[in-house]
Design a protein around this ligand. Structure first.
Ligand code: AMP
Length: 542
């Protein structure tokens, strides 16, 4: 029997219409370095219409791809709204990709137009001649004359182009299963892989971001979106904000601890989202330059494991709870969120909060062991995590669902290794390629990192496996010491003695200025391994 209910597409166009009318007064605030510029959601509706008219005028039709090479700001937000709502596909280009990867993704997605921020023009200009399908570049927040366009590419001023457009647009009724936006994930091997989100997957995911037991985004929030809009859709904040009417604070290119602290002091956001390295940097800055940040009701940390020491520091020193979450570009990205069950209090609640979190109803999970068997959820058995659900990728753009490395039986292989408790909380022990295999046993590099980062003199610690004749692999710890502090490898080993099993105690230590980071701010262990193999690390051995 068919239902008697109405049907309607869950589309970005409906989110834009809703946000710009029902939440007309909510704002997008963009930091300028010395202050803020503001746009209401009502104005965003007009702004998006002008952009859509401009793109139509440049020949964008159907599901053509429009790339963005931009910071988090009001113009990028207009692109997020306008491009999918007009039926085209938003392609967020990661400004930190290696040049050859950037060229690859623009060509692979067949981007027709690229919107670029003025300060990023020099970065784009170098690769533009190799981007074969790009016909127009629109320069926002800067001078288009700074871009020497290759033959066949026209350059436009964003402001000038939009000033000639009508502020209404006849938004089409877009099929919810069609692609709305795409984002490439930069794997450590091979070419980047494109994930194409549908209107429907974004809609459902936005509802999840707003759910009480998830990120809890609400109309009363002012959310500081530090996580870049070119990294896994800024964790869904832009679309969820339109859905619920939360104001957004965009840091633009000002991502260092000092300007972030300034944005906090000026705008007093209630919520923020970023990877652990951003919070580590901010913590060091705040410890040296104290400021009240208790206006933050909660901040979400994900993208890499949130060290428990970081969670305690923010909560106990600044009164700001950190919510730990796990996800991937392929999972839209929200996969799990670590809110303790209602019965847990005190230490037990903290133990839940350290985990990567509990799966929502729309994300099914299973653990697969070494020989392909499904592992129990007993918080002990360890296996590779596989997930399934309506906002999880089923294939890569231009690829096939038959890709045994990443997809099988309709499940996404995450490459993450961990365990799951009977009540559905995930604890990741590693990426499968980062696990240290020592004498037939596995050592979790994440557990060691968390333990070392628990030392008050340590700002950051990254652990990699290094070849060992006897044990196959042993851990090497690369430590960044907190400014103004001192600590030796001997002291750190002693500190670990009662925190990890004796056979796991690392015997290789090195002190470095900074842990190398990937294009999205995570520890770049591949580079750390290369630094170790080419002898550029000064290693102490026990
Ligand atoms: P990306 O697609 O760049 O966002 O990377 C996704 C990967 O980041 C995941 O597969 C995990 O390996 C890692 N990751 C994300 N969140 C967490 C977390 N909370 N704890 C540990 N690793 C994480």
């Amino acid at each position: 029997m068919l239902s008697t209910m109405q049907d309607g597409h869950l589309s970005i166009g409906t989110l834009l219409r809703h946000g710009s009318t029902v939440h007309a007064e909510s704002e997008i605030v963009t930091w300028t370095g010395s202050g803020s510029r503001r746009e209401t959601f009502a104005d965003l509706g007009k702004h998006a219409a002008k952009l859509a008219n401009a793109l139509r005028g440049l020949g964008i039709t159907g599901d053509q791809r429009v790339g963005t090479f931009m910071w988090n700001n009001a113009e990028h937000m207009a692109a997020y709204a306008a491009i999918p709502a007009m039926g085209a596909v938003l392609h967020t280009l990661n400004i930190r990709l290696f040049p050859e990867q950037l060229v690859f993704v623009a060509n692979h997605a067949e981007d027709q137009v690229i919107l670029v921020d003025g300060t990023l023009v020099p970065l784009l200009a170098k690769q533009l001649p190799e981007m074969k399908t790009v016909r127009h570049v629109i320069v926002a927040n800067g001078d288009p004359a700074t871009l020497q366009a290759p033959d066949g590419v026209e350059v436009h001023s964003y402001d000038e182009l939009l000033s000639r457009q009508a502020d209404t647009f006849d938004w089409p009724d877009v099929d919810e299963r069609s692609a709305a936006a795409m984002c490439y994930t930069s794997g450590t091997t091979g070419d980047p892989k494109g994930v194409a989100y549908s209107h429907r997957s974004i809609w459902l995911h936005s509802m999840q971001v707003c759910m009480t037991d998830s990120m809890r985004l609400a109309e009363s929030d002012k959310a500081l979106a530090i996580v870049p809009m070119f990294h896994a859709m800024s964790w869904g904040l832009p679309y969820a904000a339109l859905m619920i009417g939360a104001s957004l604070v965009m840091p633009d290119r000002f991502l260092q601890p000092e300007p972030i602290a300034q944005v906090l002091a000026t705008e007093k956001p209630t919520f923020a989202a970023a990877v652990p390295t951003i919070w580590q940097g901010l913590l060091q800055y705040l410890d040296a330059n104290p400021q009240d940040i208790s206006h933050l009701r909660e901040v979400v940390v994900g993208g890499s494991a949130a060290p428990p020491s970081l969670m305690h520091a923010f909560e106990e020193r600044y009164g700001v709870p950190i919510l730990h979450a796990w996800g991937m570009t392929e999972t839209s990205p929200l996969g799990s969120v670590a809110r303790p069950p209602k019965a847990a209090t005190g230490e037990e609640a903290w133990r839940y909060r350290y985990t990567q979190g509990r799966f929502p109803a729309n994300v099914s999970a299973r653990l697969i062991g070494d020989s392909g068997e499904e592992m129990p959820w007993d918080n002990e058995a360890v296996g590779e995590l596989e997930v399934q659900g309506p906002w999880i990728a089923a294939s890569y753009y231009g690829g096939s669902q038959v890709d045994p490395e990443k997809f099988h039986d309709g499940w996404l292989r995450t490459g993450d290794v961990g365990k799951i408790s009977p009540d559905g909380f995930l604890t990741l022990t590693d990426r499968s390629k980062d696990v240290i295999k020592s004498g037939g046993e596995w050592i979790s590099s994440v557990d060691l990192e968390n333990a070392v980062m628990g030392h008050p003199a340590v700002a950051e610690a990254a652990v990699i496996g290094v070849p060992d004749e006897k044990w196959d692999e042993r851990p090497l710890v690369a430590v960044v010491v907190r400014e103004g502090q001192q600590v030796t490898a001997v002291e750190l080993r002693e500190f670990l003695a009662d925190k990890v099993a004796k056979w796991q105690l690392p015997e290789h230590w090195t002190f470095i200025e900074e842990v190398p980071k990937t294009s999205v701010g995570k520890f770049d262990k591949k580079r750390l391994r290369a630094m170790n193999s080419d002898g550029s690390l000064d290693v102490t051995h026990f």
